[in-house]
Design a protein around this ligand. Structure first.
Ligand code: NAI
Ligand code: MG
Length: 339
């Protein structure tokens, strides 16, 4: 058998950091099924060249030919462009990647934010009408039992594999008792579902109102293990959590569903440093490790993560975002040496 990985560097420094992740995967290939890579295109530059941001061939290859993928970053136009919609959003939908998983580690922090990726306010049902007193804008917020249950189960599964085994449910059900109430109750009910009896007995459940969760995230981030949240709160919390780490260039993520996983560094296309060869490759390399972990290859994932951790800890070879003077390639070489 083989492990088929789609590579979608897309825009800007995506083109510089995805090759680094590929090299990290190749470095642990002895412990994996035969690796096969597929080079795929998407993004803003692709749109300006071809008129589509996510070509049919890219999505078909991912659906029918790949087990997983690595995505770099897209540049977004600053104003609305007719016909353009973000390829990452489209891919999440088409591949049913319902969870966005973002581990955040720093000296006193070891948490993982699990964000529901398909509903909440992001179903984008907005209307604008002119009422008696001027314009009135409305947005529909969708929370379903189905989506809350599967994201909840993803959070409990992740908690099981971690030393502290704690799930914190993020919500605002004191105000939004119907929507957030459903999210909270459904996630709380996951351990009682038929078919998982006893499986989550060792996991403790905590909960936190979203605003106080952000406060505590900055005051005492060490209290969190696995945080699970509806889409909008999850979006905000996962970026806030990333701020606890030294640089965006260190923070990985995966978009995961039941049959596909896509690694993605949290940062964007960084036009300010594009083409200079100084982008930090570590977020991308860690995203590759996270992708492997999600596919069940914990051994090779650990080897990559340990190598990255060692390079960061030693602090001898670093890109400028971390205060160093080294290039992307120098850092990649340093990681590969330790894998
Ligand atoms: P950004 O993440 O691209 O950059 C923010 C700052 O962090 C910049 O100073 C950049 O140089 C630095 N930085 C980011 N990643 C780095 C790395 N690996 N190594 C060293 N420095 C790094 O966010 P920004 O500037 O707000 O957005 C730029 C473009 O990226 C925009 O078009 C935006 O829409 C897009 N973007 C795409 C995302 C995605 O593909 N998921 C996420 C965020 C932004
Ligand atoms: Mg965000």
């Amino acid at each position: 058998s083989s492990l088929r990985v789609g590579l979608i560097p897309a825009d800007g420094i995506g083109k510089e950091v995805i090759p680094a992740a590929k090299q990290a995967l190749e470095a642990v290939s002895a412990d994996l099924p035969k690796l096969e890579f597929y080079d795929l295109i998407a993004g803003w530059e692709c749109f300006t060249r071809t008129g589509v941001a996510l070509p049919e061939e890219t999505i078909e290859t991912l659906k029918d030919g790949c087990d997983a993928a690595l995505f770099g970053a897209v540049s977004s136009p600053s104003r609305k462009v007719v016909g353009y919609s973000s390829p990452i959003v489209q891919m999440r939908k088409q591949l049913d990647l319902y969870a966005n998983i973002r581990p955040v580690r720093a000296s006193n922090v070891d948490m993982i934010v699990v964000r529901e990726n398909t509903e909440c306010l992001y179903i984008k049902q907005e209307t604008l009408v002119v009422g008696e007193h001027g314009k009135e804008a409305r947005a529909t917020r969708l929370i379903t039992e189905h989506a809350s249950r599967r994201i909840g189960q993803m959070a409990f599964e992740l908690a099981l594999s971690r030393p502290r085994k704690q799930v914190t449910i993020i919500h605002k059900s004191n105000v939004l008792s119907v929507t957030d109430g459903l999210f909270r109750e459904t996630v709380r009910g996951v351990p009682k579902l038929a078919g998982v009896n006893g499986r989550y007995d060792g996991v403790t459940i905590a909960e936190q109102i979203v605003d106080s969760a952000v406060y505590r995230l900055f005051r005492e981030p060490e209290i969190y293990d696995v945080m699970v949240a509806p889409n909008l709160y999850g979006d905000i919390i996962s970026d806030a959590a990333a701020a606890l780490v030294g640089s965006l260039g260190l923070v990985p993520s995966v978009n995961a569903g039941d049959s596909f996983v896509m690694g993605e560094p949290v940062h964007g296309s960084a036009p300010d440093i594009e083409g200079k060869g100084i982008a930090n490759p570590l977020a991308s390399i860690r995203s590759a490790a996270l992708m492997l972990r999600h596919l069940g290859y914990a051994g090779p994932a650990d080897r990559i993560d340990n190598a990255v951790d060692a390079v960061v800890r030693e602090g001898q070879v670093m890109t400028p975002d971390l205060g160093g003077k080294n290039s992307t390639n120098d850092v990649v070489a340093e990681v590969l040496k330790r894998v």
